[in-house]
Design a protein around this ligand. Structure first.
Ligand SMILES: *Cc1c(COP(=O)(O)O)cnc(C)c1O
Length: 384
């Protein structure tokens, strides 16, 4: 998408990204190191630019979900730096993991057995991570798996070259929740058992963004923030502990303005009708761009600081706003409506649409013209 044909602009401030990573890195040091979760195209913001900026800032531990994301990332960051693939591997892809120096996160007994089959065939051990369940009941070694691995399956563990052992908090964003402490204690127990069986101590990792701020005991060797890097607080109140700068703003152009008379309805299903005279602005973004359909008659934009409500349903490529209250000097074709920005935060938008910032971000379409800010500044101070 070229600038002159674009209907909407996604601004991504790489300076703010690095500021946030640095802030968290300092917060957890020296006891723990700060990695970066860049799965799902770095939460929709562009894994290549995001990872490259973080690498240059000093980040050396990256987490992606899929093999393909890992391969793309390896091309970006070069030979050094560790890339963990959270889903582990699917049978038949083992060779690509070793070829691109990707570390599979093994989550099931089948993955362990498959990996051992492969490494024994090629006669070489390669580094792996192990993911244990402590309360998510999602992808990771279940209770039964753990009984097996700490019992009769011990020998399998011993055959692996384990570099990282991890778990994931279910309620990290709820401070004081009993479950966090439960998971912490289970993870400590796992740590002791694994280290004893292996006869060496791999690194341990428990916390994503929210967990980092639960207390020092949650940090272990490596943290795995995603959301915080992108400038979003996982819960209200965290502002007191760390300053995160917003990374993303989104603006969409007005493509048409029209007067509305009393009783005039707007959009599919005529779900909105004017009860007074007004002005409708049609704007270049829709649910195909990730502007969720649930924001119909609920979301807001902002023009020169003046809040404007979404009226009618969201279409695939277009959205209509009531701009009656905006001074006429600020109303013209091509005017950019702030969709996410200083007057309209992503939290507010997500709330209005009944969702969370994660979902809004990862739905960001690829029809936006992307403007990466502060790239030159970062890359001129290349620190190895
Ligand atoms: C996505 C994810 C993270 C990052 O979580 P944030 O809340 O975005 O910081 C960390 N660890 C695992 C296992 C994840 O799936």
């Amino acid at each position: 998408m070229r600038f002159k044909e674009a209907g909407a602009f996604l601004n991504i401030d790489l300076g703010a990204l690095v500021f946030n990573w640095e802030g968290m890195r300092r917060y957890i040091s020296p006891s723990s190191r700060c990695g970066a979760v860049v799965k799902s195209d770095a939460y929709g913001l562009g894994a290549e630019k995001i990872s490259s900026a973080l690498y240059r800032a000093g980040c050396r531990d990256f987490f992606v979900a899929y093999l393909s994301e890992g391969i793309a990332l390896r091309r970006v960051i070069g030979d050094s730096g560790r890339i963990f693939v959270l889903h582990g591997f699917f049978s038949g892809t083992e060779r690509e993991f070793t070829r691109y120096k990707l570390i599979p996160v093994l989550n099931t007994i089948e993955q362990i057995e498959g990996w051992l089959l492969y490494t024994q065939k090629v006669g070489h051990r390669f580094p792996v991570a192990l993911h244990f369940d402590t309360g998510m009941s999602r992808l990771s070694f279940s209770r039964q798996d753990q009984e097996f691995l700490f019992g009769e399956g011990q020998d399998k563990l011993k055959l692996l070259e384990v570099v990282l052992v991890m778990s994931h908090l279910a309620n990290g964003d709820i401070q004081g929740d009993k479950k966090n402490e439960e998971q912490l204690n289970l993870f400590r127990d796992i740590r002791d058992k694994v280290s004893k069986i292996l006869g060496y101590s791999p690194e341990y990792s428990l916390s994503a963004t929210a967990g980092i701020f639960l207390g020092k005991e949650y940090l272990f060797d490596l943290c795995r923030p995603g959301l915080g890097l992108y400038g979003i607080y996982p819960y209200i109140g965290l502002e007191d502990k760390i300053l995160l700068r917003p990374v993303v703003s989104l603006y969409a152009k007005i493509i048409q303005l029209q007067r509305a008379h009393i009783g005039q309805s707007v959009g599919y299903g005529s779900s909105y009708s004017f009860t007074r005279e007004g002005i409708i602005a049609t704007v270049c973004l829709g649910y195909a761009d990730g502007f969720l359909r649930s924001l119909g008659n609920k979301g807001y934009g902002s023009i020169c600081g003046k809040q404007v409500p979404v009226i009618g349903r969201i279409s695939m490529d277009l959205t209509t706003f009531d701009v009656t209250e905006v001074p006429s000097k600020d109303l013209y074709i091509g005017q950019e409506v702030e969709i996410i920005g200083p007057h309209n935060t992503i939290d507010f938008l997500a709330n209005s649409g009944g969702t969370i910032p994660y979902e809004l971000f990862t739905n960001i379409g690829d029809r936006y013209y992307r403007r990466y800010k502060n790239e030159e500044k970062l890359f001129s101070v290349d620190r190895k």
